[in-house]
Design a protein around this ligand. Structure first.
Ligand code: SAM
Length: 387
């Protein structure tokens, strides 16, 4: 069978498994970088095994949404091999999935993968440009409960279309792999793509998540659409956000009230969080501003209903939200400011809890602590516990 498929597609393929799906993908050992690592961008159709966790989360939220709505119709406008679309059909029991790709080879592969998994009645492949589909109701055949945008780089060029094609109470899911602008390594690119000022901080990964949400929320506001995170996180080399969509000026105003700025001083680790959009309510002197950023929670009610292997990870983010602080203390940086050795972050966390504060290790950096303790207390504890 594989030989026939290879002939039909014009490149060698192999059969792999991911989640509950069996998949035909380009033979990965044919697309190695000089250092021997597989490079999905070199393959004729994109399949990245490293994004499995991203898809595991996507499918788990899809399943939870299906249970809530009693229905699940998914649009994947940049579908690649079709792995995600097939998994929505098989594992989240989606009733209908429209998998779109601009590359005709990808569309052929999506059709093959739908057939192999016996979900060809649910997964339809379409060869078209993502934005053409997202902005044309006829082409995309209506509206969807979940629109999952997983492009190369920034999802912002597809954000407005994703918002347009999602039903009320549905989810707009976006992956961003352009972590250089989002973490402050390329401030000019961040300004262009996300309309935000992003600088490097010891909690850059959290800034990345909050910058992306802040930007998408503002795009949605133009259409009187309100978006709120059901889950948002940073993992490996990407940011992933799944946002619940609602309509109405009042809800949009409420969403915009969660926007604001973080002021940061690198010499002292002083952080000031100031709500307000387009301008912050307070502007502390002599500090550098980052934003606009989403300052609200990174999880919502759906996160509490998610089951399966991703649940412990999702619970970590729920716990971080309970601390209610949109940044973290990287213990190594605090120790370096104090000119002292770095204590174990775990011990710092336990001590802060003993003192009556909330404290958790962040999901994006296991040497960073999120706490509601004032900075002076964190510094005191780090000094006290320094070996
Ligand atoms: C990162 S890959 C998608 C991976 C896939 N979502 C997954 O989970 O494995 C991006 C895909 O977008 C497709 N693509 C790029 N530009 C596009 C466009 N303007 N419209 C539709 N598809 C596009 C590429 O051909 C590629 O297959």
């Amino acid at each position: 069978m594989l030989e026939e498929i290879s002939k039909e597609l014009g490149f060698e393929v192999e059969l792999i498994e991911e989640g509950k799906a069996k998949l035909v993908v380009p033979k990965m050992s044919n697309y190695l970088r000089p250092d021997g690592v597989y490079e999905p961008a070199h393959a004729p159709v994109f399949y990245n095994p490293k994004a499995k966790f991203n898809r595991d989360v996507a499918v788990a939220f899809g399943k939870a949404l299906r249970e809530e709505l009693g229905r699940l119709e998914v649009l994947e406008p940049l579908a690649g091999s079709g792995v995600r679309s097939v998994r929505y059909a098989k594992e989240a029991d989606a009733d209908k999935v429209l998998a779109v790709d601009v590359d005709p080879l990808a569309v052929k592969l999506i059709e093959i993968n739908a057939r192999i998994n016996e979900v060809e009645d649910k997964v339809k492949a379409l060869n078209a440009d993502a934005n053409a589909v997202l902005h044309n109701r006829q082409l995309r055949e209506g509206y969807y409960d979940l629109v999952d945008v997983d492009p190369f780089g920034s999802p912002m060029p597809f954000a407005d279309g994703a918002i347009r094609s999602t039903r009320r109470r549905g989810l707009v899911a976006l992956t961003a792999t352009d972590t250089a602008p989002l973490t402050g390594a390329r401030p000019q690119a961040a300004l262009r793509k996300y309309g935000a000022k992003v600088l490097r901080t010891p909690f850059s990964k959290e800034i990345a998540i909050r910058t992306l949400i802040g930007a998408v929320v503002r795009v949605a506001a133009v259409r009187e659409v309100a978006l709120k995170p059901e889950i948002a996180f940073f993992k490996d080399y990407y940011v992933r956000v799944e946002l619940r969509l609602d309509r109405g000026a009042k809800r949009v105003d409420e969403t915009l009230s969660n926007l604001g700025y973080i002021f940061y001083d690198d010499k002292s680790y002083e952080v000031v969080v100031s709500r307000g959009y387009p301008l912050p309510e307070d502007i502390p002197r002599g500090m550098r501003a980052l934003g606009p950023l989403w300052l609200g929670p990174l999880s919502g009610p759906l996160a509490k209903k998610v089951e399966g292997g991703v649940k412990p990870f999702v619970e970590k983010i729920i716990k971080e939200d309970e601390v209610g602080v949109p940044f973290s203390y990287k213990i190594e940086k605090v120790a370096s400011i104090l000119h002292t050795n770095m204590p174990s972050p775990r011990l710092v966390l336990l001590r802060l809890r003993e003192l009556g504060y909330k404290a958790v290790i962040t999901h994006y950096d296991n040497t960073a602590i999120k706490t509601n303790a004032p900075k002076e207390e964190v510094f005191k504890v780090v000094k006290e516990l320094s070996p």
